[in-house]
Design a protein around this ligand. Structure first.
Ligand code: ATP
Length: 275
């Protein structure tokens, strides 16, 4: 039995508040969770609960006050810039907005080659890898010569996924990666995430406000409420039979296509609100 790939323990993240005597604003308050190699852990919660901050902390972009984030056994919560850069081939990210996350002035090939050249991978090998990456995300080989604006939102998110995969990371932080897409595109991009995970064995920290999205591919799910994890466990259990009242509300808030079921959920929401 191998240890976790990522092990977050008692993590506290605080932002300073203007004014000399003001106490810092605590966004994450003693959060613990772990991700096993090849596992998808979903992190859900409503807006402002601290989900993005959690992803940013893993990427070294949030101020950690206490606690630890161990990657492969080593605490990475307070790395120097150089050590953090060295870790970029292990931990990658896919952001929410495919419109702003890709440099509009670069061709897709240039976007995908960039991380490879930073890691000093030879040009011929990089070009071969770009073709392979486009194939992996089901984009045609000639996509390489085009600019991001020539692609739809779903296709741009595929390009962002290809870029994240370029260095064959072991973990990808996915921060609301389908929220900006329409429903049918969401389903196709989620299927791609799943397929890539099964093929490459990469692990995901999959952040979303939407329980239905997280349910789709998470082995385990953590529910964040006001900077604390209120429920954490098996994905099916948490998303279908939640124990905590906050998760129950999140589940009832998710829209369902069947109007009868939708009305039953509204009634249940009213009952919970009155309780
Ligand atoms: N750089 C920052 N400085 C100060 N406060 C911040 C900063 N980043 C986030 N916060 C605050 O931390 C809280 C949690 O933000 P975060 O973006 O992590 O939430 P979230 O659950 O991802 O919400 P959303 O789904 O709306 O993005 C919010 O109250 C936010 O205003």
């Amino acid at each position: 039995m191998t240890g976790p790939l990522l092990d977050i323990s008692d993590l506290v993240v605080e932002y300073p508040v203007k004014g000399r005597r003001a106490a810092p604003f605590r966004v994450l308050d003693g959060v613990s969770l772990d991700i096993r190699p090849g596992e998808c852990v979903g992190l859900v919660g409503e807006s402002g609960s601290g989900k993005t901050t959690m992803g940013r902390a893993v990427l070294g972009l949030a101020p950690v006050s206490s606690g630890s984030i161990r990657y492969d056994g080593r605490d990475i919560s307070r790395l120097s810039r150089a050590d953090r850069r060295a870790l970029s081939s292990d931990i990658q990210v896919v952001f929410q907005d495919p419109y702003t996350s890709l440099n509009p002035a670069l061709t897709i090939e240039q976007i995908l080659v960039e991380p490879l050249t930073v890691q000093k991978i030879e040009r011929a090998e990089a070009t071969r890898r770009v073709r392979q990456l486009l194939d992996q995300v089901h984009l045609p080989a000639d996509a390489g010569s085009r600019l991001p604006r020539e692609f739809s939102g779903g296709q741009r998110q595929r390009i962002a996924i290809a870029r994240a995969l370029a260095l064959e990371p072991r973990l990808i932080v996915c921060d609301e990666p389908v929220s900006a897409l329409d429903l049918s595109t969401q389903a196709r991009v989620l299927a791609l995430f799943k397929e890539i995970q099964e093929r490459t064995g990469v692990a995901y920290l999959f952040v979303s406000h939407d329980l239905a999205v997280v349910r789709h591919l998470s082995h385990r799910v953590a529910v964040l409420y006001r900077g604390e994890i209120v429920e954490w466990g098996d994905g099916d259990q948490v998303t279908s039979r939640p124990q905590h009242p906050y998760t129950q509300k999140l589940l009832l808030a998710a829209p369902v296509p069947d109007p009868v079921q939708q009305e039953q959920r509204r009634a249940e929401r009213r009952r919970l609100a009155a309780a």
